[in-house]
Design a protein around this ligand. Structure first.
Ligand code: G2I
Length: 451
């Protein structure tokens, strides 16, 4: 095999660059937070898929370098790109991405070693023993070249079928080597780069369902038998046919409870405006709620280069402007968008984001009533709002809609459900049903706060 060894000093140089980047960040404490810096504040990485062919585009690279702390080559590390004919490894495009990332202090995810798609035909035509050797050679070739430079590798990608059966997907690996190919791939990967986290990665496994159950069973079995696996990747490609599952967090948590990290690896959500923003917020909040959710990667920088570009599923539009989804992610990560942020539409300068809240009783009966709170954005667009409602001590709320409540005694703090994003001057609201329990007094509203 003709495999180039990467220069050894690379990793050391990358470390120095990362340290320099951290120092620079510390000196600009007043600048706006970015996705990467806000996620770092939560102990997570925030990454994006990158295509080498776009690195020459100034806006693309500026956005990438400003916002993200991890990159995943979108296609450049796949088998067809790296070993198009047996034993001949080509790393030019992947190296371009890795070099770029390292020079900016970003980490790199490896995607992907063993996958039925983007697989050269020479691999599919091998018999079982040739295929086993080729699979191991491929893993050793890629992981050897990038040894010490990849934080997590998708060792095996998409090995399970969709649908109710939880069966393995037919592929040259499955069909010729049987279920055991996954285990063999992980064992080979551990030996090739012991420092890399080894992940199993798949889609439609984001909620609890037959497919994620099957992956869960496999991971549990691997852990019980000492097969090396460190993480499970949840691709998280969402749209109206495949929405963010309501049990997303619970599903991440049950995998984490098996003793593996979980990562959101290819996040994109078709849509626009406040609905898309609210879905992104749910995903980020789910990851932050799971200690072992170590990071998130969106599947591209800008809508215009997305594999689903028609669905505008990403955080930056085709002109690299921040979308409401960006603001929702940043605020869910605990970051704030400061003045003069280059990605802000129209650059709102030092304007303050405000909102007001008003309350009306919309229905009334002997034992209860319905209340409606209307929230109106001030002179600046709003990406998230919070309002408190203090109820008379006797009263209790039995249901609430179009908002997300948390409780402390009789004080209800309400944040958006789907309706966090408001244009300047626009209104939304939430409603609730309360039991009077002997008190007909009106609740009082606290100040509305917005970001
Ligand atoms: O399909 C979305 C993702 C699902 N999970 C695994 C990921 O690896 C996968 O990524 C997509 C890339 O975003 C696309 O860019 O994988 C596709 C192929 O399976 C990629 O599309 C391919 C096109 O099909 C090729 O025609 C094209 O030459 O991208 C290639 C490079 O631009």
């Amino acid at each position: 095999m003709s495999m180039k060894l990467r220069r050894l000093p690379r990793a050391a140089t990358a470390g120095l660059v990362a340290a320099a980047a951290l120092t620079a960040a510390a000196h600009s404490a007043e600048a706006a937070d970015t996705l990467g810096s806000a996620a770092a504040g939560q102990g997570r990485y925030f990454g994006t898929a990158v295509a080498a062919s776009h690195l020459g585009e100034a806006d693309y690279t500026a956005t990438l370098d400003r916002e993200f702390s991890s990159v995943t080559p979108e296609n450049e590390m796949k088998w067809d790109a790296t070993e198009p004919s047996r034993g001949t490894f080509t790393f030019t495009s992947a190296d371009r991405i890795v070099d770029h990332a390292q020079s900016r202090g970003m980490d790199v995810r490896g995607h992907t070693l063993v996958w039925h798609s983007q697989l050269p035909s020479w691999v599919s035509s091998l018999g079982a023993s040739g295929l086993r050797t080729a699979m191991k050679d491929h893993i050793n070739g890629l992981m050897g070249h990038y040894k010490g430079e990849i934080h997590s590798w998708d060792v095996v990608n998409e090995a399970f079928q969709d649908g109710g059966s939880g069966a393995r997907r037919s592929s040259p690996f499955q069909d010729k080597l049987g279920d055991g190919f996954i285990e063999e791939a992980f064992r080979t990967a551990r030996a090739a780069d012991p420092a890399a986290k080894l992940c199993y990665n798949d889609y439609n496994t984001d909620g609890v369902n037959a497919k994620s159950d099957a992956v869960y069973t496999m991971v549990k079995d691997f852990k019980s038998r000492g097969v090396p696996i460190d993480c499970v990747g949840f691709q998280s490609h969402f749209n109206s046919n495949s929405p963010v599952p309501s049990d997303y967090r619970q599903n991440l948590q049950r995998f984490a409870d098996l003793g593996v990290d979980v990562q959101i690896t290819e996040l994109d959500i078709e849509g626009s405006g406040s609905a898309q923003a609210a879905d992104y917020r749910k995903v980020v909040e789910a990851c932050l709620a799971v200690d072992r959710c170590t990071g998130m990667t969106v599947w591209g920088v800008t809508d215009k280069y997305s594999w689903r570009s028609g669905g505008t599923p990403l955080l930056f539009d085709g002109n690299y402007q921040e979308k409401p989804a960006y603001d929702a992610v940043l605020s869910a990560l605990g970051g704030s968008d400061g003045p003069g942020d280059p990605g802000d539409p129209g650059d709102p300068g030092d304007a303050t984001v405000t909102c007001t809240a008003t309350y009306t009783r919309t229905a009334d009966w002997n034992s209860g009533y319905n209340g409606q709170v209307t929230i109106t954005a001030g002179d600046e667009p709003v990406s998230a709002w919070t309002v408190t409602v203090t109820l008379p001590a006797q009263q209790s709320v039995s249901s609430l809609w179009n908002g997300t409540p948390t409780w402390s005694g009789n004080v209800m703090t309400v944040r958006p459900s789907w309706n966090g994003t408001l244009a300047a001057g626009a209104s939304t609201g939430f409603g609730f049903t309360a039991a009077k329990n002997g008190s007909d007094a009106a609740p009082t509203l606290g100040t509305c706060t917005a970001s």
